[in-house]
Ligand binder design. Structure first.
Ligand code: AMX
Length: 424
């Protein structure tokens, strides 16, 4: 990908110098402390890693390379990947070049389909998606170059090449899995000339006479792109990549984490929760009924999916962007209306309960309603959509980390006895 490679080749030496200077000036300063409670508590709030592609200030939500995600809602995924990697939005010709490049690499090898077709018919779509990625590992350019003895300073180049190959294929892979797993008929081939998001919508085969579903996919793929470095999938991908495992291994590992119900799987759970609510009250519940339903969920020891966040302390701007899209295109849709009603009740319930540090909706609270509206009702597939987008963040983080020479990740663990003996 000549243009992206060229701009990275210019920027990487500058980043390296900048980081060298930061380490030489501040290397011995303390960034964060870690209490015993934090060590047992998922390291929440411990600042001990660096991620330059994006940041999540708790009171603002996602900034992609310093740009609030709310200002990027009209962009394409190509724009976003370019921005994540380089720190700049592409001009029209760079965007077109990336679009063409991805289109040229979009074909998924035939052996992948054979493996997927051999999987049990009840396999979870995330398991199929991650298996598809892992099976393609043999294509890795990083492995070939590493085995030839490439210098460390070049690691980022085949990492970029693998990332472009992998990302280009993800919509084809994901759409093929949708059609295979849910018996939608034959796979639909990518259409030349369409961009990444439009091609994905096309290959899914969902009826889209006004192009609205394709626009929804564009927005979906933009909004889920990255969420700094410490979330489960990004952190796992980074750790695995730091062992110089190639992007196929590292991204598949990260996505296995995204498949957990406290992380990316929450979006399948959210819509289920809303539909259960509608089923129980045979349509739209009253606010009192909704409140009781929320308390029943909490009292049964479950979480309310789509609410709360490990870092955010405000309504997720990505939730707002999805809600705005739904309200613009189908304000009368009953499920969309319920997303709104839940938004007025659940934060108050969570505040009253007093456990969740953030009672506000996260990205997953509204996205399912959009997919449901356009007829994509196979909830177990929703995390695959999230994954295609999040792979852009993971790949860009891998490229940057290979460029700046991040070493193998190896924090120190201590046993409980050590804490008892050594912490006063
Ligand atoms: N419903 C009920 N209880 C909640 C809650 C929710 N939505 N969010 C947090 N809590 C509870 C926690 O389970 C925890 O209870 P405990 O003390 O009994 O263990 C307590 O509140 C404190 O948790 P926290 O510090 O506020 O959150 P956290 O950083 O430990 O966890 C998250 C964050 C997202 C896992 C949690 O808010 C949650 O489970 N939310 C529901 C699932 C969800 O929407 N996940 C998607 C997150 C976004 C994403 O990755 N896609």
């Amino acid at each position: 990908m000549a243009k992206l490679q060229a701009i990275l080749a210019k920027k990487i030496p500058v980043w390296r110098d900048e980081i060298r200077a930061v380490i030489s000036e501040k290397g011995n300063k303390v960034l964060s402390e870690c209490t015993v409670a934090q060590a047992y508590g998922g390291m929440r709030g411990v600042k001990c890693m660096v991620c330059d592609t994006s940041e999540v200030p708790p009171d603002r939500g996602l900034l992609v390379r310093d740009i609030p995600i709310g200002e990027l809602t009209d962009k394409t995924p190509e724009d976003i990947f370019y921005l994540l990697c380089t720190g700049e939005l592409p001009d029209a010709s760079s965007r077109r070049a990336l679009q063409k490049d991805w289109a040229a690499r979009a074909k998924v090898p035939a052996y992948v389909w054979k493996v997927l077709e051999g999987m049990p018919a009840t396999s979870h779509p995330m398991c199929m998606f991650n298996t598809g990625i892992l099976v393609m590992q043999k294509e890795s350019e990083f492995v070939k170059a590493y085995n030839k003895g490439m210098p460390k300073t070049d690691y980022w180049k085949p990492t970029l090449e693998d990332s472009l190959n992998l990302l280009a294929k993800l919509p084809t892979l994901a759409a093929g899995i949708y059609r295979l797993r849910f018996k939608k008929g034959k796979r639909i081939a990518p259409k030349p000339g369409l961009d990444w998001a439009k091609n994905y919508a096309h290959m899914l085969g969902i009826k889209d006479p006004k192009g609205e579903f394709a626009d929804c996919m564009r927005l979906y793929l933009v909004l889920h792109c990255d969420h700094e470095g410490g979330n489960v999938s990004a952190h796992v991908c980074h750790t695995v990549g730091s062992a110089l495992s190639d992007p196929y291994y590292a991204v598949a590992a990260g996505l296995n984490g995204l498949a957990g119900p406290l992380h990316g799987l929450a979006n399948q759970e959210c819509l289920n929760w809303i539909l259960d609510l509608r089923k129980k009250f045979k349509g739209e519940p009253t606010n009192e009924q909704l409140e009781k339903f929320a308390w029943d969920t909490l009292n049964s020891g479950k979480v309310i999916p789509g609410y709360g966040h490990a870092v955010l302390r405000v309504t997720d701007p990505r939730f707002t962007a999805f809600r705005d899209f739904g309200m613009k295109h189908f304000p009368k849709d009953p499920v969309m209306k319920m997303v709104d009603q839940v938004f007025t009740i659940v934060p108050e319930v969570l505040k009253k309960q007093g456990k969740a540090k953030n009672p506000w909706p996260n990205v997953d609270a509204g996205s399912g309603a959009l997919l449901h509206h356009y007829g994509m009702r196979e909830f177990s597939y929703y995390t695959v959509l999230f994954s295609i987008s999040r792979a852009m963040g993971m790949c860009s983080q891998l490229i940057v980390n290979r460029a700046i020479g991040t070493p193998i990740e190896r924090p120190k663990s201590v046993p409980t006895n050590w804490i008892k003996k050594n912490v006063p």
